[in-house]
Design a protein around this ligand. Structure first.
Ligand SMILES: Cc1ncc(COP(=O)(O)O)c(C=O)c1O
Length: 385
């Protein structure tokens, strides 16, 4: 049968490739972004309780009311505004589903969506599946600063969506209040929505505060803001995320969501809701927790030839191997797997047209012992070169 692929140039994600290579070579995987330590036992207890109590049938399409109410309390604490759980919050299968649904809701054939490279890998395929064109603007390492004039220059009569991500994976940079103002000014008189990927909202370092579109009066009125309990509760495998948007935009997102996943695993939603009732400040220590891990790993690597680039947020750390090699990041990352027995993630797959750079990404959401072992292997590798 003749079968035309809708995404002919999309291969296996770099995360799967590197994790597979890590298994083949028996390497320590500190590339892919998932914790290797357990979740809070109180969270597992909440899940087991709600299962035993029979919360095992379909949850409401929009999300369990108890969970949406907890989410609204959390949003009020964090962003100073009361959102309506009934009309402005939707629970989805991870942040990934929120991103997909929002993109399908906003863009279609003939439309354009703007994203910034290095970009998290789910945005472009979802834009193309909607039939729209993805316009990618590269941000230059090591600062990865926005150039809003360049952004304005790519806007056209077809532009319908811009996607931002802060704290940003994989650059570990964060957006500033001035950036949000600049974005708002550039799209003010245009029919452009914002999709704001804020899954690392609680992981900013050195005292910085997260700049959410939800705290920005003008942007909030045209934004989908996307969050993930996977990141906030160290439970990436639970796949529970949510999207916050004005009622009219939420209505359109739900039109996609109800025919995509319909509703999210009931016990997980009720389990998280119960846990948040008992631990309403569950995310409070996250920034300090990950800052300590960033500082541990960066401190162990500094001076080794694999130089840490200061991470402003996320649970990742970029290291620059330029002092050791000028190989491509794909080749160098594969060498690290083979020779150092450490799996990392190269940065170039996050760009449409990668700039010259010698950076790989490490994940700090690991036991301190894992980070120490990885650092020791990397230092020994660097010494041998
Ligand atoms: C920037 C970014 N957005 C979205 C996601 C997806 O979140 P979830 O696992 O909740 O689908 C991730 C996960 O790594 C991410 O790094």
């Amino acid at each position: 049968m003749q079968f035309a692929s809708k995404l002919p140039d999309v291969g296996t994600t770099i995360f799967t490739i590197m994790s597979r290579r890590a298994v083949e070579e028996g390497a320590l995987n500190i590339g892919q972004g998932f914790p290797d330590y357990p979740i809070d036992p109180a969270l597992s207890d909440s899940l087991l309780e709600v299962i035993a109590e029979g919360r095992n049938q379909y949850a409401p399409m929009e999300g369990a009311v108890e969970l949406r109410e907890q989410i609204c309390s959390k949003l009020q604490t964090c962003y100073g505004r009361r959102f309506d759980p009934m009309s402005e919050v939707t629970v989805t299968c991870g942040a990934t589903e929120s991103l997909y649904d929002a993109i399908q809701a906003v863009v279609g054939p003939g439309d354009e969506a703007v994203i910034f490279d290095p970009a998290y890998d789910v945005y472009e395929p979802a834009i193309r599946l909607a039939g729209a064109r993805c316009v990618r603007i590269p941000l230059e390492p090591p600062a990865f600063r926005f150039d809003w004039d360049r952004f304005e220059a790519v806007l056209s009569a077809r532009t319908r969506l811009v996607i931002i991500n802060s704290p940003q994976n994989p650059s570990c940079s964060v957006i500033s209040a001035e950036d949000l103002d600049a974005l708002a000014a550039r799209i003010r008189d245009r029919p452009i929505s914002v999709l704001s990927d804020e899954v690392y909202e609680h992981v900013l370092f050195d005292g910085a505060r997260h700049q959410s579109v939800l705290s920005h009066e003008e942007l909030r009125a045209r934004s989908y803001a996307v969050f993930s309990f996977g990141k906030t509760l160290h439970a990436t495998g639970w796949r529970v995320g949510y999207c916050v948007a004005p009622a009219d935009m939420t209505r359109e997102l739900r039109r996609v969501h109800q025919f995509n996943t319909f509703s999210i695993a009931s016990p997980l939603q009720f389990g998280i809701a119960r846990y948040l009732t008992k631990h309403p400040d569950a995310w409070h220590g996250l920034a300090g927790f990950f800052q300590a891990k960033r500082d541990l790993l960066a401190g162990l690597l500094r001076g080794s030839g694999l130089e840490p680039v200061t991470a402003r947020g996320t649970y990742f750390l970029l290291v620059d191997y330029g002092a050791l090699s000028h190989e491509s990041d794909m080749d160098f990352a594969d060498r690290l797997i083979r020779e150092a027995k450490v799996a990392t993630i190269p940065l170039s797959p996050f760009y449409a047209e990668p700039p010259r750079m010698t950076l790989v990404r490490l994940c700090t959401a690991k036991h301190d012992a894992t980070l120490r072992t990885a650092a020791q292997r990397l230092r020994e590798f660097a010494r041998r070169r």
